[in-house]
Design a protein around this ligand. Structure first.
Ligand code: SAM
Length: 275
């Protein structure tokens, strides 16, 4: 009988790991920035790995992509210009473009190969890539943000890998200072902020204080499940230039699989250890 094989991600420093049964490895590409692998799994569809860390699967990416986009778009009063830093798999881009008010989106990923592999192995995430409002750029998001004009963007979504390697600077003060400068006065930023259970002290708390140091006046963290990420529980942290967040609007979009206004409200309720 053929033995099962598994992709295993070990969670450094957490004493845990996660595994997915795989049918086969489809491809692996070494780029100047990282190593990207694609697998076909038994029950989670296709799987993208960057530098040994799970990025997404066909089955559960909707949780992350909907929570990285709809809460922030429904909190901004009139989102027209949106920037996505990272996000090369294009899943967040597709969700952003579901909003009719949005006029332009710039997706700035350092690694074009992530997008090319996503087009081939996650085509359902790339259906909006040809939208005339979508601008796909392949550059370092830290430098790109430094070169932008003041007050030219409504929303910045930081959909990056973990804060190591090319993404390290995306979690640091100089990048946040540029984001703060580039956002209009009612502008909002949202950034994936890792696991509330594993990274509260090391990433989420410092992110709030560094965003405030950069001049953002209000910050809040949203929580949601993400089965394939370390601990299965994930977060996104939002920052506002204005002194408080506006009450979020009822979603005007049907056919989302996870997000609705009840989920938005619940995601903002923090457990005692995070208050
Ligand atoms: N959902 C994923 C997660 O939380 O693990 C993130 C997915 S997305 C594929 C992450 C992207 O960030 C990658 O495509 C990577 O190339 C990009 N990235 C990392 N550092 C970057 C930088 N400095 N500028 C732009 N993109 C960057």
């Amino acid at each position: 009988m053929k033995q099962s094989s598994y992709f295993t991600e070990l969670h450094q420093n957490a004493g845990s790991g996660f595994l997915l049964e795989i049918d086969k490895k489809i491809t692996e590409v070494v780029t100047p920035y990282q190593t990207i692998s694609i697998y076909k799994t038994k029950t989670f569809g296709n799987l993208m790995i960057i530098d040994d860390c799970i990025m997404l699967t066909t089955r559960d990416n909707f949780l992350y992509h909907e929570m990285m986009s709809h809460p922030v778009l429904n909190t901004h009063p009139d989102p027209k210009n949106v920037v996505i830093i990272g996000g090369g798999d294009c899943g967040t881009l597709q969700e952003v473009l579901k909003h009719k008010s949005v006029e332009q989106v710039w997706q700035v990923d350092i690694d074009e190969m992530v997008t090319r592999l996503s087009e081939e192995y996650f085509p359902e995430l790339c259906r909006a890539n040809q939208d005339s409002r979508a601008n796909l750029l392949f550059e370092d998001g830290i430098k790109w943000m430094k070169d932008r004009d003041d007050r030219s963007v409504d929303i910045i979504i930081v959909d990056s890998t973990d804060p190591i390697g090319p993404a390290e600077g995306l979690f640091q003060l100089p990048f946040y200072q540029n984001c703060q400068r580039v956002l209009r006065d009612n502008g909002l930023l949202i950034q994936q902020s890792e696991s509330p259970l594993l990274h509260f002290e090391s990433i989420i708390k410092p992110m709030h204080s560094t965003l405030k140091q950069a001049g953002f006046n209000a910050t809040q963290t949203l929580l949601f499940p993400q089965p394939v990420y370390p601990s299965g529980w994930w977060s996104a942290t939002m920052a506002s230039k204005a002194t408080q967040f506006m009450q979020f609007r009822q979603p005007g979009i049907e056919q989302l699989r996870y997000y609705n206004s009840g989920v938005h409200g619940a995601a903002l309720q923090l457990p005692n250890f995070m208050r």
